[in-house]
Write a protein that binds this ligand. Structure first.
Ligand SMILES: Cc1cc2nc3c(=O)[nH]c(=O)nc-3n(C[C@H](O)[C@H](O)[C@H](O)COP(=O)(O)OP(=O)(O)OC[C@H]3O[C@@H](n4cnc5c(N)ncnc54)[C@H](O)[C@@H]3O)c2cc1C
Length: 483
């Protein structure tokens, strides 16, 4: 382990913890990362198919070109060549009645780049198109920082107030919202939805170009991040839950691991999901309103139905579906350049509350039937294998009001930072949000660690006021005692 800088302990080896670990390792700090599971990557992970079908992701993960932190993270890990990024946006939208119509970029500058394909988009009436263009312009010119109301209302309400019909909501707005916010327009906050359209579609013409891995997620992220950290002298401890962070006086003094050992550092990053946060922080902090807010966040499920056919049934790389339960279907054989006569498809169901408790067999039967309806070639094809991955707590629910429950990376405890897609990055629950939070922690630690009192090894409390501590009732001097 490198000796130069302070020692940083990171709890949680998902993208947020990994980005934080790589960020502090880059600065020459010694880092120890503890992950509960036997592999790294958190919710972005893959495994070997039990019957030899190769690597399988827990769920399809795509990213957009506006996800600049995630892209830089992949470049840092030197795995960018294991991804594919569209040169220009093209999303085929399939309707069994009206056929295929794509949303795609033209050479026009933003925000007009989508206009030609939008005019040709056959799933909306001319009036709905004109109204959608008006709503897009309203989004373009909304300053979200000046409106507190946006986080308290649903995007559905915002759309209705901006003249959008039910048909336009179902056939256009919800396609994008379901995939990016993991929920229906009726369930998500207007603020986060506006953010997605501003960042992805309105700022730059290439912002929504779609990217995806051409290998399994663990090969792309988990394995390579481990190599990166270890090459810089860091330590990765797998298969060990952190039972509890220990408070001594006003600082975190250690992380007690499942085997009873205590890992001590100077700085701590807690990069666990929001549902787990209260169980990991010291008992004395669990009642504090600052930390308790995170437990108000709800979660939304995602289901991926992996289907292996004996022959090709879908020609496109991926497509969104309207008037169908299928939502989005990914042609993994094409995306991963898989050899063989068969075809591997992944049906990705976001906001999947109505399906999450159905038996897996029933889901397969229902969606294989749907694919037979959508793709004539599926009617002759034999479904050779299937696998259903249910992620009950796939992401935090981007519900109205959720903005108020997302915590900043700095906490009222000077040497404790928080990372995770659910923290206050301003982004929805995405890989981009997770990486941004980790990078923010690494930068925050570097900033504080470079102060003279820290460089001199003086562990006294830093007197800075943070966004977090303003909202906390904690009087640090009164917490006292050993955890
Ligand atoms: C099926 C699915 C599909 C998705 N699709 C997309 C997509 O297309 N695009 C996109 O951008 N995002 C997508 N996401 C979201 C994305 O995966 C997450 O936003 C991101 O991976 C979250 O990273 P994280 O580090 O914040 O959290 P996590 O990945 O949850 O990492 C937290 C880690 O902490 C560990 N941990 C928990 N408790 C402890 C403990 N006590 N001690 C030690 N370790 C602990 C966990 O095991 C985990 O590894 C998808 C998610 C799912 C589930």
């Amino acid at each position: 382990m490198s000796e130069g800088g302070p020692r940083v302990v990171i709890v949680g080896g998902g993208l947020a913890g990994l980005a934080a670990a790589c960020g502090v390792a880059d600065r020459g700090y010694s880092v120890a990362l503890v992950e509960r599971r036997p592999s790294l990557g958190g919710r972005a992970w893959s495994f070997s198919h039990p019957q030899g079908q190769g690597e399988v992701d827990n769920g399809q993960h795509v990213f957009l070109k506006c996800c600049t932190y995630y892209i830089r993270f992949l470049q840092k890990l030197d795995v960018w060549d294991k991804t594919h990024m569209q040169k220009r946006l093209r999303v085929p939208v399939v309707d069994s009645h009206r056929g295929v119509s794509s949303l795609e970029s033209s050479p026009l500058p933003a925000p007009f780049h989508l206009l030609p394909s939008f005019l040709r988009f056959r799933h909306l009436s001319p009036l709905d198109k004109a109204r959608a263009a008006y709503a897009m312009l309203s989004i373009r010119f909304t300053d979200r920082t000046k409106s507190d109301e946006l986080d308290s209302i649903s995007f559905y309400r915002w759309l209705r107030e901006h003249g959008q019909s039910e048909a336009a909501i179902d056939r256009f707005w919800n396609l994008i919202v379901l995939a990016t916010l993991n929920d229906d327009v009726r369930m998500v906050s207007a603020d986060l939805a506006l953010m997605v359209f501003q960042e992805g579609f309105l700022k730059r013409a290439d912002g929504a170009n779609v990217g995806y891995a051409t290998v399994g997620l663990t090969s792309l992220i988990g394995r390579e991040a481990r190599r990166y950290i270890e090459e810089r002298g860091g330590r990765v401890i797998l298969g060990q839950a952190t039972q509890e962070l220990l408070l001594e006086g006003e600082r975190i003094a250690g992380a007690r691991l499942a085997d009873g050992s205590i890992l001590r550092g100077q700085w701590y990053v807690c990069a666990v999901p929001h549902q787990v946060l209260l169980a990991v922080i010291p008992p004395g902090l669990r009642g504090d309103p600052f930390f308790r807010r995170a437990s108000e966040l709800a979660t939304t499920p995602i289901i991926n139905i992996h289907l292996w056919y004996d022959r090709p049934v879908m020609a496109l790389d991926f497509a969104a579906f309207i008037n169908s339960e299928a939502q989005w279907v990914f042609n993994k054989s094409k995306m991963w350049h898989l050899a063989g006569d068969g075809q591997y498809l992944d049906i990705s169901l976001s906001g999947a509350r109505q399906y999450i408790d159905l038996p897996k067999e029933e889901l397969v039967e229902r969606f294989a039937r749907e694919l037979r309806r959508l793709f004539p070639k599926a009617r002759q094809a034999r479904l050779e294998r299937w696998l259903v991955m249910k992620e009950r707590q796939a992401t935090f629910a981007a519900a109205p009001g959720s903005g108020g429950y997302r915590l900043p990376c700095r906490t009222p405890i000077d040497n404790l930072f928080l990372a995770g897609d659910w923290t206050a990055t301003g982004w929805p629950a995405t890989m981009e949000s997770a990486v941004r939070s980790g990078v923010a922690c690494a930068e925050g630690i570097a900033r504080l660690a470079s102060r003279p009192e820290q460089r001199g090894g003086d562990q006294q409390r830093l007197e800075t006021t943070t966004e977090g501590s303003e909202r906390s009732n904690l009087r640090l001097s009164s917490i006292g005692g050993k955890a």
